[in-house]
Structure formats: structure tokens, C-alpha cells
Design a protein around this ligand. Structure first.
Ligand SMILES: Cc1ncc(COP(=O)(O)O)c(C=O)c1O
Length: 387
């Protein structure tokens, strides 16, 4: 078998020295250089003080966003950084009037709960939320999703890759139907960006959001928001702040005059240390390229499925490699306890109710680690049986 060139990256991730790390759908491993970046933040704060704002900090939500832009197909200056997806969703939904005839929000039944909490909250402003149910909680057929989008729809929310099952949705078809109905799409790319290729401009997605914690190996506190450039001028978020003003340092009171560029979608002081920490992961993903990550991921998730089937473990994730993201879900008995015992054995995975044990190889995963997780699960189940 050919050597795997991506394994060269293992030495850049300290946790891999001791731990079988199969949980990048939850928290990607920390790149060694992220620690240097945080040190650089501290030194800049210490030595440059307030001058740091005009020496780069002020622009950082957009300059850091550019690194995400090249991963998701956005252009320079089209992505801004926030703390998390929940905030980005609130900013987007605050751009619309929900009291008129076009007041329907369509949300896919596999969406991350935080997103739905925000949409249902809009009912107080007149929105009507329609959640397209998933028959099994794992996949969502396209037809009912498309049928739910009608001429009263204002916003369609899709999780590109579902967090629970890693099911990949047909974003292109959903965007097309949404636009035919005169509505807009917000795509949650959290579980795709960095592991499944996505091109927001080619797809025509109107808004996209995601964060850094998972496949991008950027750590917590750095979420991103992409807004289609030609929509900007018509959008006036009520979830806003002084950084979104066209002349923030004039400190005008009264209503805001929005910036014409992507600063329009910012609010208050950004989380600068989180942006320092996050950049290393984005740089690495950019350097490797998502196509190479995806090719390896498809090979390794397929291998995991085969190993699990040989061991007799029910596999709940999608068999079609095109419709499967980076995670394999196994429905073994006593999944929570098995997951805890795996952790004690230095094999990190997680468990989600109504799904099972989620296992995610990433670009730094060695094939032997796939054998290891399956063998450890087998040994844990056998030792439970013999008790
Ligand atoms: C698809 C998806 N969206 C959103 C989130 C989290 O949102 P937030 O950044 O608001 O914590 C997660 C993960 O936890 C997720 O998997």
C-alpha cells in the first residue's frame, strides 16, 4: 500500500503522541503552533498595548475570515469572525421582518438544536417555523425538504452535514428551489468545512456559518459568517454594534449608519485571543486542501465501516460515500459506557443519543488507529459479557 503523506502532519499535533484521537467532529486536535500564536497575542498585548488595534487587531475579524473564505469558496473580505454559530444565526435572522406574508422559516430536521432555538424564538415576531422531519433521525430525503419551501418562505436553514449522523444534504438542489421561491438560504457548514468540500459562491448560498472547534482545528471561540456580497446593501441586522458602523470612531449616537463592507455584520469588540488561536488550524487545512482531506476521509470511513461490520457492530451512518461526511456512527450496546471506557483507554470518541458512538478519522489519523478503536470496542463488550 502507498504511504500516506498526510501522516507527516501528526508531529504537529501533540495529543496524537499518546491518544487515539477520533473526535475531530467535536474538538479537532490542537496544532502545536497554536500555542505560539497565543504567546504572540500575549506579547503583542504586553508590548504594543492599545496600538495593537491599529496594527492588526481591528481588522482581524475580516483578515482571519479570509483564511476561512479560501476553505469554503468565499472571496477576500466576504467572511467575518464571531464567537460562535448561534451568534451568527441571530445576526442573520435579525436582518428580516417576520411580521409580513413572507414569514416562513424552513429548517431541516437534522439541524443543530441551537439554530432551531433561534428560529422558534422568532415566532414572537410573527415567524412561522416549519421543521422538515427526518424519518429516522439520521438522513433527510430531499423531496419533503424541497416541498416545504414555498412562496411564503423567507429563510431556509440547512445543515450541510448533519451533526448526529454525518449525512450530507444536497445543498445545490435546496439553494435552487429556495431561490425559485424568492427566499434565501443559510447553510450551517460546521460539520463540512475542513472535511467535505464546499464552495459557497458556486452553490449560490446566501449565508453560511460555522465554527473552528471541529474539523478546522481552530479551538473554541471563533465562529464565522459569510454573506453573499450582492445582498449586503439590503441587509440591516438589528443584532449589531459599533463595529458595524461606517464611522465607528465618530461615536455617533442615534441610529446606526452601516458600513458598506463586511464589517456591517460585526457587533462589539471581537474575541482577539480566540482569533490568534484559530488561525493555525485554518492555515494547515488550507495548506493540505480539503479535497485531499476528503479523499482520505472517504477511504478511512469506508475502512471503519468494514471493520465494524466484520466485528458485527451495527453501522448507522450512510453507506453511500458521497452522502457521508467524516463520521461513522456505530450503534453498539451500552454506547455511553463503552465510550467512557474507550476514554479511559486513551481512545477518544463520543456518543449521541438516538445515534450511537461517533468516530471520526481526520487527516492526521493513522490506519492502525481504526483497527485499534474497533478492537477496543470489541474487548470492552466482551469483558462486559463475561462479567
Ligand atoms: C452543525 C453544527 N452547528 C452548530 C454547532 C455549534 O454551534 P455554536 O458555535 O453556536 O456552539 C455544532 C456543534 O457543536 C454543530 O455540529
Amino acid at each position: 500500500m502507498r504511504a500516506d503523506p498526510l501522516l507527516e502532519w501528526r508531529k504537529e499535533f501533540p495529543i496524537l503522541e499518546k491518544t487515539t484521537y477520533l473526535i475531530s467532529h467535536s474538538l479537532g486536535a490542537m496544532p502545536r503552533r497554536a500555542a505560539n500564536a497565543l504567546q504572540e497575542f500575549a506579547e503583542t498585548w504586553a508590548s504594543r498595548g492599545v496600538r495593537a488595534w491599529e496594527e492588526g487587531w481591528w481588522e482581524m475579524p475580516v483578515t482571519t475570515g479570509d483564511l476561512i473564505g479560501s476553505i469554503i469558496g468565499a472571496g477576500p473580505g466576504e467572511v467575518v469572525m464571531h464567537q460562535n454559530v448561534s451568534i451568527c444565526q441571530s445576526i442573520v435572522t435579525s436582518c428580516f421582518d417576520w411580521s409580513g406574508q413572507r414569514n416562513r422559516v424552513v429548517t431541516d430536521g437534522l439541524n443543530f438544536p441551537s439554530n432551531d432555538y433561534i428560529y422558534y424564538g422568532l415566532e414572537r415576531q410573527g415567524a412561522r417555523v416549519y421543521q422538515v422531519a427526518s424519518p429516522d433521525g439520521m438522513a433527510l430525503p430531499l423531496a419533503p425538504m424541497l416541498a416545504a419551501i414555498d412562496e411564503t418562505t423567507q429563510l431556509v436553514s440547512v445543515s450541510h452535514v448533519a451533526f448526529r449522523s454525518s449525512f450530507v444534504q444536497d445543498l445545490a438542489a435546496i439553494v435552487q428551489r429556495t431561490h425559485e421561491m424568492g427566499a434565501l438560504v443559510i447553510a450551517d457548514l460546521y460539520q463540512s468545512a475542513g472535511t467535505v468540500p464546499v464552495d459557497v459562491r458556486a452553490l449560490g448560498v446566501d449565508f453560511a456559518t460555522g465554527g473552528s472547534v471541529k474539523w478546522l482545528c481552530g479551538g473554541p471561540g471563533a465562529g464565522y459568517l459569510y454573506v453573499r456580497q450582492d445582498l449586503r446593501a439590503q441587509l440591516q441586522p438589528t443584532a449589531t454594534g459599533w463595529m458595524a458602523h461606517s464611522h465607528p470612531f465618530e461615536f455617533e449616537s442615534g441610529p446606526i449608519h452601516f458600513a458598506a463592507d463586511a464589517f456591517r455584520f460585526l457587533n462589539g469588540t471581537p474575541n482577539i485571543p480566540a482569533l490568534y488561536a484559530a488561525r493555525s488550524g485554518y492555515e494547515i487545512v488550507n495548506q493540505i486542501g480539503v479535497d485531499a482531506i476528503r479523499a482520505k476521509s472517504q477511504r478511512q470511513t469506508q475502512r471503519l465501516i468494514e471493520l465494524a461490520e466484520d466485528a458485527g457492530f451495527p453501522v448507522r451512518s450512510c453507506r453511500d460515500p458521497q452522502a457521508r461526511g467524516g463520521v461513522v456512527v456505530l450503534d453498539v450496546p451500552n454506547g455511553i459506557e463503552v465510550t467512557r471506557e474507550l476514554g479511559r483507554r486513551e481512545v477518544l470518541v463520543d456518543y449521541r443519543p438516538n445515534a450511537g458512538i461517533r468516530i471520526a478519522p481526520h487527516f492526521y489519523t493513522a490506519d492502525e488507529e481504526l483497527d485499534r478503536v474497533i478492537n477496543e470496542i470489541r474487548s470492552i463488550l466482551e469483558s462486559r459479557q463475561s462479567r
